[in-house]
Design a protein around this ligand. Structure first.
Ligand code: NAD
Ligand code: DAU
Length: 332
C-alpha cells in the first residue's frame, strides 16, 4: 500500500511510519512540524510534506496516489489545552473534516486515531466499550471527541470508508518530554523535581507504542467502515507507582518527588475494554514493567534527542505550567 501518515513526525506517528516501512509499504508523511513534530523522528529518505491537515490543498497534494490515510495529526497535550485551546479545535475538528472530505472525493480509506480520553473518567473496576457515550473532560478530549463524531456521520451520509481507533496512554522512545513518563524520566536523569499532580493516585492504562501501532495497522487492514476499535494496554497503574519506579530505574533520590496543585478537571481513571480488537487478532506484546525499563534506558542513552528540545519554547511552556506549582510543592 501507499499510505499517507498525517502527524507522522510526532511520537506515535513516527513509530507507525517505521513499522509500515519495515512491512514494505510506501509512506508519505504530512506534518505541520508543530513544537512536538520532529524531522529527527523520521527515518532518512521518507517523503515529508510540511503542511496542515486543516488545509485542503496540503492534504490533496500529499495524498496524491495514496491508497489510504492514517491520521495521527493532533494537538495532544491536556495541560496545553488548558492554557490555550484554540489550535486544538482547528486541528482536531477542522483537520479531521478536511481529511474526510478528501476521502469522500477520492474513495480511499481513512483510519482516524483517537483516544480513550473521549470516554472521560471511569469508576474503579469498569472499562469503556466502543458503544459508551462520550464524556470528555478537557478542551483536548472535547476537541478529539468533536473530530470523532464527524467520522460516523460521514460514513452514514456519504458512505466513506473510515474507522476510528481509541488508544490508551502510550509510552516509548521519542515521546515529547512534556508528557508524564518522558518528563519524569528526563527530570529524574537531571535530578530535577518530579511534579506529581494532586495525590498521584490517578490511574492510567499504559500501552507500548509498538502495541498501539500494531492495533492501528490491524484496523487499517481489517477494520470495518464506521466502526470504532479500542486499543488498550490493560496495564493499569497509579501515577505515584510509575513515578517511584522511574526513580528506581534512574537511581534518583525519592526527595525529588513532590506533590503540586492538581490539573483542573483531572480525570481519575481510564480503562478500555479491548474485546472487539482482540477478536480481529490483536493482543499487546509488551508488559509495562519491561517497556518502562527499556523506555527509561532509551532516554538515558539518547540525551542528544531530548536535550535540544528542553530549551526555547519548551522552557517557556515549563515556566508557565510549573513555576507557580513548584513554588507550592509539598513532599509526595
Ligand atoms: P505528538 O504530539 O507527538 O504528535 C502529533 C503530531 O501531529 C506532531 O508531529 C505535530 O507536528 C503534528 N500536527 C499537529 N497539528 C497538525 C496539523 N494541523 N497538521 C499536520 N500535522 C499536525 O502526539 P502523539 O502522542 O504521537 O499522538 C498522535 C495521535 O495519537 C493523536 O491523535 C493523539 O490524540 C492520539 N493518541 C495519543 C496517545 C498518547 O498517549 N500519546 C494515546 C491515544 C491516542
Ligand atoms: O489516555 C490517552 C491520552 O494520554 C492521550 O490522548 C494524550 O494525547 C496523552 O497526552 C495522554 O494524556 P494524559 O493526560 O493521560 O497524559 P499525561 O502524560 O499528560 O499525564 C499522565 C498522568 O500523569 C495524568 O494523570 C496526569 C499526570 N501528570 C502529568 C504530568 C505532565 C502528573 O502528575 N504530572 C505531570 O507533570
Amino acid at each position: 500500500m501507499k499510505l499517507l501518515v498525517t502527524g507522522g513526525a510526532g511520537f506515535i506517528g513516527s513509530h507507525f511510519v517505521k513499522r509500515m516501512l519495515r512491512g514494505g509499504d510506501e509512506i508519505v508523511v504530512l506534518d505541520k512540524l508543530t513544537y512536538s513534530g520532529n524531522r529527527a523522528n523520521l527515518p532518512p529518505g521518507v517523503e515529508l510534506h510540511v503542511g496542515d491537515i486543516a488545509e485542503p490543498s496540503h492534504v490533496s497534494r500529499a495524498a496524491h496516489g495514496c491508497d489510504a490515510i492514517v491520521n495521527f495529526a493532533a494537538e495532544t497535550h491536556v495541560d496545553r489545552s488548558i492554557l490555550a485551546a484554540e489550535d486544538f479545535g482547528r486541528t482536531e475538528f477542522r483537520g479531521t473534516q478536511v481529511l474526510l472530505e478528501h476521502v469522500r472525493a477520492t474513495g480511499i480509506r481513512l483510519v482516524h486515531v483517537s483516544t480513550d480520553e473521549v470516554y472521560g473518567d471511569l469508576e474503579a473496576g469498569g472499562a469503556a466499550t466502543e458503544n459508551d457515550r462520550l464524556h470528555p473532560s478537557s478542551p483536548y478530549s472535547a476537541a478529539k471527541a468533536a473530530g470523532d463524531l464527524l467520522v460516523p456521520a460521514y460514513v452514514r451520509t456519504f458512505e466513506v470508508n473510515a474507522s476510528i481507533t481509541r488508544g490508551s496512554n502510550t509510552y516509548g522512545a521519542n515521546q515529547y518530554p512534556e508528557k508524564f513518563i518522558p518528563l519524569f524520566a528526563t527530570n529524574a536523569l537531571d535530578r530535577e523535581p518530579l511534579p506529581l499532580y494532586g495525590d498521584g493516585r490517578q490511574v492510567r492504562d499504559w500501552l507500548h507504542a509498538d502495541d498501539h501501532c500494531a492495533g492501528i495497522e490491524l484496523v487499517l487492514r481489517k477494520g470495518a467502515a464506521g466502526e470504532v476499535y479500542n486499543v488498550g494496554g490493560g496495564d493499569e497503574h497509579e501515577n505515584i507507582e510509575v513515578a517511584e519506579r522511574i526513580l528506581e530505574l534512574t537511581g534518583a533520590p525519592r526527595s525529588l518527588l513532590c506533590s503540586v496543585p492538581d490539573r483542573p478537571g483531572h480525570d481519575r481513571r481510564y480503562a478500555l475494554d479491548t474485546t472487539k480488537l482482540r477478536a480481529l487478532g490483536w493482543a499487546p506484546a509488551h508488559a509495562f514493567e519491561d517497556g518502562l525499563r527499556e523506555t527509561v534506558a532509551w532516554y538515558r542513552d539518547n540525551r542528544a534527542w531530548w536535550e535540544p528540545i528542553k530549551s526555547g519554547e519548551y522552557r517557556d511552556y515549563y515556566e508557565r505550567q510549573y513555576a507557580e506549582r513548584l513554588a507550592n510543592a509539598t513532599p509526595a
